[in-house]
Design a protein around this ligand. Structure first.
Ligand code: SF4
Length: 269
């Protein structure tokens, strides 16, 4: 029987330069993608044919991808444990009550107690939890500018705009096209706020996954000449409060969550 690989085994044979030649944001994300079967080892141009052949007899152990994510979360929690919660609350717009940090996530409480135990009314998927922990660690406290900016105009965003469109905007357009009450559901579940007369869009909503990281979704309905379109925007201060990887992960995680909700609701015209 073939031996198995985990993400750390795969990461070990990568250059760890995070050059993004494989169209993933980091070597670790690429390693997890290989583990999950979404990427092939040969998609990293720096892995030699010999290494690919050597690893060809081993099977990725997808069960370990969950362990890797848990390890990433534990490492971030360890860093958060050494922080001054009052300072974090001040920077992030969170509350600090009874030794507990209360971060608003879509307007709902996400609590971090003094031992960094997490609790919340929202579903705690790793792709949401990791950006939240990075937000606590890295948010500079920069005030929102109110200037909506597409992903490609964030620093280094242009190089990854194709990936952002594939993983975020295109699947979101499909969900909205197929679920006509998408915006009502967003308002009910995620406290989305509709923006009146926004640009030339048919519908625009603002979601607030984090107080200092609002997201604007603009939707154009199809007409006789054009098919529908969706664009996602961030406040121009986004990268002062969250790193680009986490901005991307948060948007991609959100779209995955919308897909799951859409599956649960079925056709909800
Ligand atoms: S191509 Fe991907 S996996 Fe290879 S070094 Fe660059 S970022 Fe890492």
């Amino acid at each position: 029987m073939a031996s198995t690989l985990n993400a750390m085994d795969i990461l070990r044979i990568l250059p760890k330069t995070n050059c993004r030649g494989c169209r993933e944001l980091t070597c670790l994300v690429f390693a997890v993608s290989v583990l999950q079967g979404r990427k092939k080892l040969g998609e990293c141009p720096y892995v030699t044919k010999e290494v690919i052949e050597q690893f060809g007899s081993k099977e990725p152990d997808a069960r370990n991808s969950g362990n890797e994510l848990r390890e990433s979360i534990d490492a971030l929690k360890h860093k958060v444990s050494s922080m001054n919660y009052r300072d974090v609350a001040y920077r992030t717009g969170a509350e600090f009550v009874n030794d507990t940090l209360i971060v608003k996530v879509f307007g709902k409480d996400f609590r971090i107690d003094k031992d960094v135990n997490l609790s919340s009314d929202i579903h705690m998927h790793p792709w949401i939890v990791i950006p939240i922990l990075n937000y606590l660690l890295n948010c500079s406290g920069m005030a929102l500018t109110g200037k909506w900016t597409p992903f490609r105009q964030l620093r280094d965003g242009m190089a990854w705009d194709g990936l952002f469109q594939q993983r975020c905007e295109k699947p979101l357009k499909k969900i909205i096209d197929e679920h006509k009450d998408f915006f009502e559901i967003m308002a009910q579940i995620f406290n989305a706020r509709e923006v009146e007369n926004d640009f030339d869009s048919d519908i625009s909503i603002v979601l607030t996954p984090l107080v200092k990281l609002p997201i604007l979704i603009r939707y154009w309905k199809p007409d006789d000449r054009f098919e529908s379109n969706v664009n996602i925007f961030f406040d121009s201060s986004a990268q002062d409060n969250l790193d680009l990887d986490s901005v991307y992960a948060l948007a991609a995680g959100l779209v995955r969550m919308f897909e799951k909700i859409a599956e649960t609701h079925g056709e909800v015209r």
